[in-house]
Ligand binder design. Structure first.
Ligand code: NAP
Length: 294
C-alpha cells in the first residue's frame, strides 16, 4: 500500500493517477473540505484526516509499505512549521513504527541555500536532514517550479495576451512538467538506483522568466503584453501586512525568495534524473500545448 499525502494537490493528484494507472494500491490522505472525487473514481482508498493531528497519521500509516509525502503549506493552508516540518517529522516516526520500506519526500530546489526569509525552504531543509538521519530508505526530490502552476496564467494569456511577471525577467528557472515529476515520485520507491539519493528535478531547458510569455505567444499566436512590476511591489505589500497579518507576511517571504532568485537544474542534474528514472523530461512548451492547445 502507498500512502500519498497532499493527494488533492497539483502534484499529489497526479501521483495518485500514476500509481493507479499501474494498478498499485493507494491510500490518499485528504481533508474533508477538499475535492477528492477523482481520487475515489480512480480506485484510491480515501483517508480523511488532518496532517497536523498525530492520531490521524497513526491510523493512516497502518499497513503502509511506501509513503510519498507531497503535501505542503501555502499562503492559506497553514504554516511551514506545522505542515512542511512537523507533519513530516510525525510521518517519519509513523513510518519507522510501521516498518515502511521507502519514504519519498518532495522538497524544493534550493532547500540547502540557507535563505533566511523563506519559511518553506528552511522547513524543507530541516526535514530532509531528519529523513536522512532516520534510518529509513528514502528518496528526496528537489523540484523547481511546476508547469501546472502556469496553466491559469496561460489561460488568461490565451484570452487577453496579458502576462504578469513580477521582478527580473532575466531570472533563470527550469520549470518542471508536473506529470514528469509525478511519474518520478511514483517510481522512486521501487527504483533501486534512487534509494537514499537526492535529485534536483527540473525541465530540460534553462529559461529566463521573460521567455515564458514568449512561449505562450508562440502557442496561442498572440503578441505578449507584459506587465512587469518590480520586486519592490511585493515588499510594499509585505510591509503593510506586517501590521494586519504577520503570518501571511512571513509566508510571503517564500514567494519573494522564489521571485528573487534563480532556480534551475544543470544539464548534468537533468541527465541524472533521466537516466535513473528512464524518462525524457518534457519542456514547458510541450506541457502547455498538451493541456491547452486546441
Ligand atoms: N508548486 C510548486 O511549484 C512547487 C515547487 C517545488 C516544490 N513544491 C513542493 O511540492 C509539493 C506539492 O506541491 P503542490 O503545488 O502540488 O501543493 P498544493 O497544490 O498546494 O497542495 C498541497 C496539498 O497539501 C494538502 N494539505 C495542506 N494542509 C493539509 C492538512 N492540514 N491536512 C491534510 N492535507 C493538507 C492540501 O489539501 P487541500 O486540498 O485540502 O488544501 C493539498 O492536497 C509540496 O511539498 C511543495 O512544497 C512545489
Amino acid at each position: 500500500m502507498y500512502l500519498v499525502t497532499g493527494a488533492t494537490g497539483g502534484l499529489g493528484r497526479r501521483i495518485v493517477r500514476s500509481l493507479r494507472e499501474q494498478d498499485k494500491p493507494v491510500r490518499a490522505f485528504v481533508r474533508l473540505s477538499s475535492n477528492y472525487t477523482e481520487l475515489e473514481n480512480r480506485g484510491a482508498e480515501v483517508f480523511i484526516g488532518d496532517l497536523r493531528q498525530v492520531r490521524d497519521l497513526e491510523k493512516a500509516c497502518q499497513g503502509v509499505e511506501y509513503i510519498i509525502s507531497c503535501h505542503g503549506s501555502n499562503e492559506t493552508s497553514g504554516s511551514a512549521q506545522d505542515l512542511d516540518y512537523r507533519a513530516n517529522i510525525d510521518l517519519i516516526e509513523q513510518a519507522k513504527a510501521n516498518g515502511v520500506k521507502h519514504f519519498v519526500l518532495i522538497s524544493v530546489l534550493g532547500a540547502d541555500r540557507n535563505y533566511q526569509d523563506a519559511p518553506v525552504f528552511k522547513a524543507k531543509r530541516a526535514i530532509e536532514q531528519a529523513l536522512q538521519k532516520s534510518g529509513l530508505n528514502y528518496t528526496i526530490l528537489r523540484p523547481s517550479g511546476f508547469a501546472s502552476n502556469l496553466l491559469s496564467a496561460a489561460k488568461r494569456f490565451q484570452q487577453s495576451g496579458v502576462y504578469l511577471l513580477i521582478g527580473d525577467p532575466r531570472g533563470r528557472t527550469s520549470i518542471v512538467s508536473t506529470d514528469d515529476l509525478a511519474q518520478i515520485a511514483a517510481a522512486a520507491p521501487t527504483t533501486e538506483a534512487a534509494r537514499n539519493q537526492m535529485f534536483a528535478v527540473g525541465g530540460p531547458e534553462i529559461l529566463e522568466r521573460g521567455e515564458v510569455p514568449k512561449i505562450f505567444g508562440r502557442i496561442f499566436n498572440r503578441e505578449p503584453i507584459l506587465i512587469n512590476p518590480p520586486l519592490m511591489a511585493i515588499d510594499g505589500i509585505r510591509n503593510v501586512l506586517a501590521f494586519v497579518n504577520p503570518e501571511l507576511k512571513a509566508s510571503l517571504g517564500t514567494f519573494r525568495t522564489l521571485l528573487a532568485n534563480d532556480f534551475y537544474c544543470t544539464p548534468a542534474e537533468v541527465e541524472a534524473v533521466e537516466s535513473t528514472f528512464d524518462i525524457k523530461m518534457e519542456s514547458l512548451e510541450s506541457f502547455i500545448r498538451r493541456y491547452l492547445s486546441t
